[in-house]
Ligand binder design. Structure first.
Ligand code: GLA
Length: 340
């Protein structure tokens, strides 16, 4: 971390921008330390800010659904009510404070990312608030270091998330997907061939990550861990897959795990293999091949991981019927989880 040599920065108004993302493939496996392949969107959270002389953070959101927020930087900063949007800003404030930020900001937030739609609007908000605070304090933090700190910091809202969203938000490159690996975090840009188009469509079913979907998300993570602990105690998913092919692990899981844990485990280990193959397909410009992997990923998320929704399944079918090479759920899923 370095201090930026721009003493005038404090007095000026400035703007920061943090894009949302669409994940091409590799869903619900980042929190198990397995690779993912997202790309940034051209939609983003944007913050216009002015540094303050004290540690107050005063945020106004142009979207009237999100009321103004005020709090002070510091280690004692507590969470607001569960589900409150400002908890994402508070998470960012904790991380920025730990990285040396002492000055707060007066800031206005705007976004053209739909919230609760699986496009990482919440992590984009976390990244944007952190960037605004770091800029106010003339602090420069390398992207991957910041991504790692923010992924951990975002757990402040109670979701045991992985590190995909923050990493692609901070390290994305235009025209490229990002192969993200964890432990340690690394990002490799993979060019998306000219003429390929990724269409993002909303099923119309929302899933609020800090709300009801949070418990279901954390439960999935716990189920994956429990399954692995049963089959290979003391070993990470990455270590297990380095040792033996995913298909052998699935065969063992079929003998030793009950229905739910077996299906969660099977999704995780097979999805990791699909990510590796997807990278090869992108590099080989094999659109049909990549599409088939994406559609298989969706079936696994629907049947084994149980995070889809009938309306999302119909949207996938419609996209395929209309000629898409592949179609799938992106993001955490769990639309309308309250219905269960
Ligand atoms: C959310 C989390 C990510 C990832 C996805 C599912 O977006 O923030 O870390 O786990 O769900 O792939």
């Amino acid at each position: 971390m370095t201090k930026r040599a721009d003493p005038g920065a404090r007095a000026r108004e400035y703007a920061v921008r943090a894009p949302g993302r669409v994940n091409l493939i590799g869903e619900h496996i980042d929190y198990h330390g397995l690779p993912v392949l997202p790309m940034a969107l051209d939609r983003a959270v944007r913050i216009e800010a002015r540094p303050r002389d004290d540690g107050r953070v005063a945020l106004r959101n142009r979207d009237p659904r999100f009321p103004p927020a005020r709090f002070d930087l510091g280690p004692a900063l507590a969470a607001a009510a569960p589900g409150a949007w400002q908890n994402y800003a508070r998470a960012a404030a904790h991380v920025a404070h730990a990285l040396g930020a002492r000055r707060g900001v007066d800031a206005v937030i705007s976004s053209d990312l739909p919230a609760a739609a699986g496009l990482s609007s919440s992590s984009a908000l976390v990244v944007a608030v952190a960037l605004a605070l770091l800029a106010a304090n003339e602090l420069d933090v390398p992207a991957l270091e910041l991504a790692t700190a923010l992924a951990r910091g975002e757990r402040f809202v109670g979701t045991e998330g992985g590190g995909m969203d923050q990493a692609v938000c901070l390290a994305a490159r235009a025209g490229h997907a990002m192969l993200i690996r964890f432990d340690p975090l690394s990002c490799r840009p993979v060019p998306v061939p000219d003429g390929w188009r990724v269409w993002v469509a909303h099923s119309g079913v929302d899933a609020e990550k800090s709300g009801a979907a949070r418990d279901a998300y954390n439960r999935r993570r716990a189920e994956g861990r429990a399954a692995l602990a049963r089959l290979a105690p003391g070993v990470t998913f990455a270590e297990a897959l380095a040792r033996e092919p995913a298909e052998d692990w699935v065969a063992r899981a079929e003998r030793r795990l009950d229905d739910v844990l077996l299906r969660r485990f099977r999704h995780v280990v097979l999805e990791a293999g699909r990510v590796e193959r997807a990278v090869s397909m992108l590099e080989a410009r094999d659109l049909e091949g990549l599409g088939a992997l994406m559609t298989r990923s969706h079936a696994s998320l629907r049947d084994d991981y149980e995070v889809s929704h009938p309306r999302l399944d119909r949207l996938v079918d419609a996209a395929l019927a209309a000629g898409a090479a592949g179609a799938r759920l992106t993001g955490a899923g769990f639309g309308e989880i309250g219905r269960a």
